[in-house]
Design a protein around this ligand. Sequence first.
Ligand code: NDP
Length: 334
Amino acid sequence: MTNVTSREVRLASRPDGIPTEANFTLARTELPALRDQEVLVRNLFMSVDPYMRGRMNDRKSYVAPFELGKVIDGNAVGEVVESRAGEFKPGDAVTSFFGWREYFVASPADLYPVSRENQPLSVYLGALGMTGLTAWVGLNLAEVKAGDVVFVSGAAGAVGSVAGQLAKLRGCRVIGSAGSVEKVKFLREKCGFDLAFNYKGAPILEQLNRAAPDGIDVYFDNVGGEALEAALSAMRDHGRIVACGAISGYNDEKPQPGPSNFFNMIVRRLTMKGLIVRDWLDHRAAFAAEVGGYIRAGKLKNQETVVEGIEHAAGAFIGLFRGENLGKMVVKLT
Ligand code: NDP
């Protein structure tokens, strides 16, 4: 096979506050010919995710920062173009962590085979991918059960929309918050939430108290900040909080102060569990069996927002912080 040229997005500079296009560059690179035990993959869809914002800072968190001038890694789904490894053949669909690039060469251990029966393949970045797994793990950690009142913030996004739908399937009463009237309508009409509200319309606590006058049992936190503080006020005794994300603070120059009512953790005997999805990869098969079954049965919707072209990947990523996505934000590589 002739050498392949691939376009890729590199981190050009570290953002101050909300990232801009100037923080990224689109570059071309030529891939070497395959050696034994190597596979050439063409990415079909790549994921942009809020956590990547943290990796753009020069601070170690649970993963190392992205390096300046280097391609941005992250989840992607693609197909094998050429293989010199017995494990894969051309046409196989695979997920990987090779991120913001069109083609790459990898060893079989870095590829995870997925079935083409689930279409479009971008579902492996959303409801059947890391964000769906995050929702599923979070609800398991909170031990949700039928009858629980569950509040999900960031509810119309990738994790939130799956968390809310799964909680409904488990017999919970589900309330969601999101940042527009259109998103609220989507949660009510397409995801089956019992109630949803626009957190930009009025103080969150006021709207949450109206939606759940007797309080909430579980809070699935994607947002932090005001939403977390409101949830801490609305929790019933022995309530459970899933600390999944805190996007309201990801672009802050200085960390936000903690919730003023944190003492409710004690008074109400609350439990708060943090989660990092990559600790749960061993559970992928059980997750895929359950959530894949719901999707095939038409019981769970994989909503996505598709941006076309690697040249628009940076814009898609920035759009996450402006609420431009409904469901999972993915970039289709054409
Ligand atoms: P989303 O699909 O929810 O996209 C981000 C959404 O966040 C936007 O659409 C926007 O929706 C909302 N948002 C943006 N800025 C703010 C703000 N200042 N205040 C409140 N909401 C805001 O992303 P994901 O579903 O992929 O991720 C959701 C959360 O889960 C994130 O915090 C992410 O970091 C976290 N996460 C954690 C994982 C883990 O392992 N712990 C794994 C995956 C995700 P709106 O219009 O409603 O404002």
